[in-house]
Design a protein around this ligand. Structure first.
Ligand SMILES: C[S@@+](CC[C@H](N)C(=O)[O-])C[C@H]1O[C@@H](n2cnc3c(N)ncnc32)[C@H](O)[C@@H]1O
Length: 212
């Protein structure tokens, strides 16, 4: 199926949401039936999150991705295979606050986001201070942000954003995560981009933050 067809079909799938009102109704109803809520920003095809969802049927998963032809892959597969513990938001992840009520997210995954190196795009970076403050409100107490990148400048920028930002504790920091990957759990599974970076010999940096 071509890119245009994917774009046409993606928003017709029942597990894809393009506006917050419709999403909230479904989300509020579903979250009462699941244990944890796990969200991924910029999920690409959504294959990594789909695997995590399949391994954890007791939890509810939400992928947010701006490109319709990418999110189509995960959404189509989940719909076809009737995987009911994952939803897809086809929208800008910078609008996450519109979709989720406060204190509803247990884990927020940010994996290999666009580095947006230009200064004028700083506030649009997924780990800019204004974004971290927004995530703080959306996370449950003890909720976590799991951030991975192969961009040293973005990693450094993120650490700087955390300075004087009370509310989060750095519970894990690893500048050579590619050498220390665990054997089990979601961190044992590299994402699509992560595999490419590793194949090209790039270093993967990991930061895990926990809300107090
Ligand atoms: C480098 S890819 C990483 C994809 C995936 N996380 C992985 O590790 O394989 C970044 C993804 O973020 C998406 N993206 C970029 N800006 C976005 C935004 N503002 N809101 C939602 N998704 C965005 C892109 O379309 C792309 O799919």
């Amino acid at each position: 199926m071509g890119k245009i067809e994917k774009y046409k079909e993606v928003d017709t799938l029942p597990n894809v949401f393009t506006e917050s009102e419709g999403f909230r109704k479904v989300f509020d109803n579903l979250r009462a039936r699941f244990n944890r809520v796990i969200v991924e920003l910029g999920s690409g095809h959504g294959d990594w999150l789909l695997k995590y969802a399949l391994d954890n049927p007791q939890d509810l998963f939400v992928a947010i991705e701006i490109k319709g032809d990418r999110i189509w892959h995960g959404a189509k597969e989940a719909h076809t295979k009737q995987i009911n513990n994952i939803l897809f938001i086809h929208d800008d992840a910078l609008r996450i606050e519109e979709y989720f009520p406060p204190e509803t997210i247990d884990e927020l995954w940010i994996q290999f986001p666009e580095p947006l190196p230009k200064k004028k795009h700083e506030k649009r970076r997924f780990t800019a201070r204004n974004r971290l403050e927004a995530y703080y409100n959306l996370l449950k107490p003890k909720g976590k942000i799991i951030f991975k990148t192969d961009e040293p400048q973005l990693f450094k920028f993120t650490l700087e954003q955390l300075k004087d930002l009370s509310g989060f504790q750095v519970i894990h920091r690893d500048e050579r995560f590619d050498l220390h990957r665990p054997n089990t759990g979601p961190l044992s599974v590299p994402t699509y981009y992560e595999k490419q970076h590793i194949d090209h010999g790039r270093e993967v940096m990991l930061l895990i933050l926990q809300k107090h």
